[in-house]
Design a protein around this ligand. Structure first.
Ligand SMILES: [Zn+2]
Length: 236
C-alpha cells in the first residue's frame, strides 16, 4: 500500500493477540480537495472518520481508518468527498476488497463467500449490486423501455438467486434484484420511475415459465403481455 501526499499515515497498530492491523490515514494541512459535485479545488472545512476493511496481511485482518475531508465549495456548500484512493464512502470495504468480492462472487455462492472472508452476506450483496447496477447505470434513461427480458441467475452451488431485468430491444441489463419471487416485479415497478421509466407503457415481458414470475407479471404489470421464448420474438 503506497500513501502519497496529501495523504499521510498517522499510525499503524498491530494487535498480535487478535491478529489485527489498524492503519490510520489522514491528510496534510493546507491542501485543497475537489468538490464532489463540480470538481473545483476547495479548502477543507473539517473531516469525518470512515473505516474500511483492507486486504488481509497474511492471516492478520487489516483495517484502514481515515479522516476524510469535508470541503467547502462556494457553490455547493460543505460536502464530504465521495471516495478516497482506498475506498468509497458508503462501503465497509476498500476498493481492493470490493474487487476481490466481485471476482469471487462469480466463482462461489454469496453464502460461501460470506464464510470465506468472514463478512455478512447482506454486505456482500450490497457491493455486488453496486457494481453490477448502480455504478454502471447512473445515467440510465428508461423512457423508451417497452419490452423487458427477465432471467434468474443462480449463484453457483448456492440457493441464492438474483433476477436480472434487461431491455429486450437493446439487450442491456437494466436492473438486478435479489431473489426470484413474484415480489421482484413489485420492486422493479417501483424502481422504473427513478430512471424515467413508466410501468404503464411496458408492453411485454419475456421470461422463464416460472410460477412466481407469472404471478409477479400478472399482479404488478397487468397490461403487459408475456412470452416464454424470446427467440421467436421479431424485433419491432
Ligand atoms: Zn462545488
Amino acid at each position: 500500500m503506497s500513501v502519497q501526499l496529501p495523504w499521510v499515515i498517522n499510525d499503524v497498530q498491530i494487535y498480535h493477540k487478535n491478529k489485527l492491523v489498524e492503519v490510520s490515514i489522514g491528510f496534510a494541512r493546507g491542501n485543497e480537495f475537489s468538490c464532489p459535485e463540480c470538481g473545483l479545488a476547495c479548502s477543507v472545512h473539517d473531516s469525518v472518520t470512515h473505516r474500511w476493511r483492507y486486504l488481509d496481511f497474511f492471516d492478520y485482518r487489516c483495517y484502514l481508518t481515515m479522516n476524510v475531508p469535508r470541503v467547502r465549495c462556494e457553490k455547493h456548500g460543505v460536502l464530504t468527498l465521495k471516495e478516497t484512493p482506498w475506498g468509497r464512502m458508503g462501503s465497509h470495504y476498500s476498493f481492493m476488497v470490493e474487487h476481490e468480492i466481485m471476482k469471487l462472487s462469480s466463482e462461489m455462492s454469496m453464502s460461501a463467500l460470506s464464510k470465506h472472508i468472514g463478512e455478512p452476506d447482506s454486505n456482500l450483496w450490497r457491493v455486488f449490486k453496486y457494481y453490477v447496477f448502480n455504478a454502471v447505470h447512473n445515467d440510465l434513461d428508461l423512457s423508451m423501455l417497452r419490452r423487458v427480458a427477465v432471467d434468474e441467475k443462480p449463484q453457483k452451488r448456492g440457493h441464492i438467486y438474483v433476477t436480472i431485468f434487461s431491455d429486450l430491444d437493446t439487450g442491456n441489463v437494466i436492473n438486478v434484484t435479489e431473489g426470484r419471487k413474484k415480489e421482484v416485479f413489485s420492486e422493479f415497478r417501483a424502481w422504473l420511475p427513478k430512471h424515467g421509466g413508466d410501468p404503464e407503457v411496458i408492453e411485454l415481458f419475456s421470461m422463464d415459465m416460472s410460477v412466481s414470475y407469472k404471478a409477479g407479471r400478472a399482479e404488478y404489470f397487468k397490461e403487459a403481455d408475456e412470452v416464454y421464448d424470446r427467440f421467436h420474438i421479431k424485433k419491432g
